[in-house]
Design a protein around this ligand. Structure first.
Ligand SMILES: Cc1cc2nc3c(=O)[nH]c(=O)nc-3n(C[C@H](O)[C@H](O)[C@H](O)COP(=O)(O)OP(=O)(O)OC[C@H]3O[C@@H](n4cnc5c(N)ncnc54)[C@H](O)[C@@H]3O)c2cc1C
Length: 505
């Protein structure tokens, strides 16, 4: 058996669809999820053929798309890193360091030859007769249309549109004489020296970007409609500092720090549900000593939602607060009335001068990479589908997707989902099945369908804006998702793959 599909040679300009061959498993996306999935696939099934397709011109997903100054993880890298590959740096890492870590995984697993960049998947059609997916691809470099076939489709496309960031339109934008930039499209040669910058947004991106550019620009104003939660842990965990002189093997250090962070984040997630007021008070009070004397913490840093109902933004070593203390940055909490020629006017009547406006306003959520799916000729309407454990969808054969945690490192779920997909492929093999399809049982007929995300549980803007295009969840296992890692690390490895909700043929 060969280990990859034949390389698709560009046939520039021809309108024909080029046949790129057949693989056992086709992975969409070369970010943290796709690279992790490929590692586990190779590890468990060295003889299966596969290919990883990504629309962008480089691997890395989120960390390739977001290259604005200061871009870094919110999570510690011991849990954001894979279970199988020790992290050797400080807990919080810069985007470039994460890309370097992913490159090491690609090198060590020799995944490079299997990654095809500039391959945007536009359509995927399942044929029960042929027991395979036909996947239509447009090459970003040549415009050539390419067709792969695959026995199993593993969607690792992330959750947002990389090419089209979310940027609301505000009145007067056309008369603004400065530059408007979205962090998803940061110009590499941008010089902010002597410029007044307004960053619109209150989330992790704004909090990361502001301290990174505060030394360069004349002044940076964070303009937010409403406040978010921030937490300022040390860049390197105190336990890592204590363990450092012991010169432990990298694998030990990785495992010890993973357990430490997992325990810490379990506590945080649990407390957000069981004692939200206490957690709220803890987060607010831990910021107070880091802010300038007399700072209006009630107005600028006291959110109106429960902690973890939206992500808590991490500011390692409190660098955002340092920029505020040093007077290099300031915060305005207000709504935008209009852009003017030289800045932004807010509802209070204040005009904030700006030469550059950065719209750290977030994402457009994308459902399974905006791929048009059909099953036996019928277009798939995702709003009518129900998730199977946040890994598959009812009625979609031989297809798994990866969606990580919100309150924990995304990657913890990549490893868990990959284990389950591995078990699923092995079960198919044992049964001699060429097809597995999540199917609602007769006893699920009366199941109450719920939104993809319960707004009480998790409700950031990009989820609220897109709930209507997303698939659903049910009121019982295995038709639920958005469980916490603390539950899933017990449930997923034990999940019964023969409980009647997966039909093998
Ligand atoms: C700035 C920033 C910081 C973050 N920090 C953290 C953090 O600290 N901790 C955490 O847990 N999470 C964090 N996240 C969330 C982050 O998105 C996930 O952690 C993780 O990177 C998702 O990985 P992924 O591989 O699933 O998806 P992505 O990183 O989104 O990569 C998906 C890839 O699939 C490709 N793709 C999509 N559709 C198609 C298609 N139709 N055809 C071909 N290719 C396609 C895309 O081009 C992309 O390269 C952060 C997000 C951002 C934006």
């Amino acid at each position: 058996m060969t280990t990859t599909a034949p390389a698709a040679a560009p046939a520039q300009g021809s309108g024909e669809i080029q046949d790129a061959g057949h693989v056992d498993v086709l992975i969409v996306g070369a970010g943290v999820s796709g690279i992790g999935a490929a590692h586990h696939l190779r590890d468990q099934f060295p003889d299966r053929t596969f290919v990883i397709l990504d629309a962008q011109d480089h691997r890395g997903g989120t960390w390739w798309t977001h290259r604005y100054p200061g871009v870094r993880s919110d999570s510690d890298l011991f849990t954001y890193g894979y279970r199988f590959k020790p992290w050797r740096g400080p807990s919080i890492a810069a985007g470039e360091e994460i890309l370097a870590y992913l490159d090491e995984v690609i090198d060590e697993d020799d995944l490079g030859p299997y990654i095809r960049c500039r391959h945007r998947v536009t359509a995927a059609s399942w044929s029960t007769g042929d027991r395979r997916w036909t996947v239509e691809v447009t090459r970003g470099d040549t415009g050539q249309l390419v067709r792969f076939t695959a026995g199993f489709l593993w969607m690792c496309q992330g959750y947002y549109n990389h090419a089209r960031p979310y940027r609301p339109q505000w009145e007067g934008m056309d008369r603004f004489q400065g530059l408007v930039i979205h962090p998803q499209r940061w110009p590499g040669d941008l010089d902010l020296a002597g410029k007044r910058v307004v960053v619109i947004g209150s989330g992790a991106t704004a909090a990361t970007l502001i301290p990174a550019i505060a030394g360069q620009a004349e002044h940076v104003t964070m303009l937010q409609r409403s406040p978010s939660y921030f937490y300022a842990p040390p860049t390197t965990h105190e336990l890592a500092v204590m363990l450092d002189p012991l010169d432990l093997p990298d694998e030990w250090m990785h495992e010890i720090m993973r357990r430490q962070y997992i325990t810490q984040y379990h506590w945080l997630a649990r407390t957000s549900f069981e004692a939200p007021d206490e957690l709220h008070a803890f987060l607010i009070e831990s910021m107070r000593p880091l802010l300038p004397e007399g700072f209006d913490i009630e107005k600028h840093f006291t959110p109106r939602y429960r902690p973890w109902q939206q992500r808590i933004a991490v500011v390692p070593d409190g660098d955002l607060f340092a920029a505020l203390r040093e007077g290099k940055a300031s915060i305005v909490t207000d709504t935008i009335e209009t852009f003017t020629e030289h800045g932004i006017k807010v509802s209070s009547g204040e005009e904030i001068p700006a030469g550059v406006v950065v719209t750290a306003t977030g994402f457009n959520l994308s459902v399974l990479g905006d791929v048009a799916f059909t099953v036996d000729g019928e277009p798939v309407d995702f709003t009518e589908r129900v998730t199977w454990r946040g890994i598959m969808l009812n009625g979609l054969p031989n297809m798994a997707y990866v969606f990580g945690y919100f309150r924990h490192s995304w990657t913890l779920r990549v490893d868990l989902v990959s284990d389950l997909v591995g078990r699923l492929l092995a079960t198919m093999q044992d049964k001699g099945a060429t097809m597995v399809v999540p199917t609602l049982r007769p006893q699920d007929a009366d199941m109450q369908l719920r939104p993809w995300s319960d707004p009480e549980n998790f409700n950031p803007g990009y989820v609220r804006r897109s709930q209507h295009i997303l698939f659903k969840q049910g009121d019982r296992e295995p038709w639920t998702h958005m469980l916490e890692h603390e539950q899933e690390r017990e449930i997923l490895p034990e999940a019964d793959l023969d409980d009647g909700t997966l039909v093998y043929r």
